[in-house]
Write a new protein. Structure first.
Length: 300
């Protein structure tokens, strides 16, 4: 039984993205190396033992969960063993705050890129909140420059969505299209008659960040994080940002609230109120006066 081929066909039939299918196949191949059995004889304990093995190798919670999802897909949809995962729980995934550039850093980063094409790519990732995979798969006929929006086709989860096009970029995009004589079905950013690779975009950003002397881990997704954070700083709602990012749940978008600069948060600490209350005293005439509060410059 060619389990790998069957998993691939079932994934394609269910319209899973190629990236998801490839990830599942890698996980399943590793499991097959570990469990040398006929697939029909795989047991729930085999799955648990394998997950415990990779857990002992200090793999991250997300890696363990991806393996669990891949093996669940194989067991349920290819081998038709649907009761095997009833008591197998997902691993807890640690939540880290994403890397976010402030607005001045975004401008500085873009201005260090001399190549016009590369600069436009980075501007579009940030200004529209695109994933790097979404950028390199953009075609000319996905853009509606007249109305300031475009379409992401078959994005994460194999979903389509709208994205905004900054009005200040319209002329630059139009000039780029004319100069490169792009056809309607052409990739917007092609390379050697095909689309660019994610690694190329990552390298462009890496070099730009180094040149701009930005002491952060700058990668394409950091620009998407920055896009979302800056929208919230500009008083757009969570639901509006969620829609633009293509998030399924508002909880995913909520993480960007934690990244907003403190000067944009309109919440006053109760400690400040306590200090104000304690800074008033009555003078000899019984009239309240406010103590002068001196804040000294302190180097932290």
């Amino acid at each position: 039984m060619d389990i790998i081929e069957k998993v691939k066909k079932e994934g394609l039939r269910r319209r899973y993205s190629l990236r998801t299918i490839q990830t599942y196949l890698i996980c399943i191949r590793n499991f097959l190396k570990y469990c040398d059995k006929e697939p029909r004889k795989f047991t729930k304990q085999d799955i648990k033992n394998y997950l415990e093995k990779i857990s002992e190798e200090n793999k991250s919670g997300s890696t363990i969960n991806v393996n669990l999802q891949a093996l669940k897909f194989m067991m349920e949809y290819v081998l038709n063993k649907r009761k095997y995962f009833y008591n197998i729980r997902y691993s807890k995934v640690s939540r880290r705050l994403p890397t976010v550039l402030d607005k001045e850093e975004v401008v500085k980063l873009v201005n260090t890129i001399d190549n016009k094409k590369h600069q436009l790519m980075i501007k579009l990732i940030y200004s529209a909140g695109l994933r790097v995979s979404e950028l390199i798969n953009l075609r000319l006929n996905d853009l509606n420059l007249m109305n300031n929006f475009g379409y992401v086709r078959h994005g994460k989860g194999n979903k389509d969505r709208l994205f905004i096009i900054a009005g200040s970029l319209k002329q630059e995009i139009f000039d780029y299209i004319i100069e490169n004589n792009l056809k309607q079905d052409s990739f917007l950013f092609n390379r050697y008659m095909g689309k660019m690779s994610p690694r190329s975009v990552q390298e462009i950003l890496k070099q730009a960040a180094k040149k701009a002397k930005i002491d952060k881990r700058v990668h394409p997704h950091a620009l998407r994080h920055s896009f979302a954070t800056h929208l919230i700083e500009n008083n757009y709602s969570i639901s509006e940002v969620q829609s633009l990012l293509g998030h399924k749940s508002p909880e995913t978008t909520m993480i960007y609230v934690h990244m907003v600069s403190s000067k944009f948060i309109a919440v006053r600490s109760p400690w400040d109120d306590l200090q104000l209350e304690n800074s008033t005293e009555k003078n000899v005439y019984g009239i309240e006066k406010t103590k002068e509060i001196v804040i000294r410059d302190t180097k932290i």
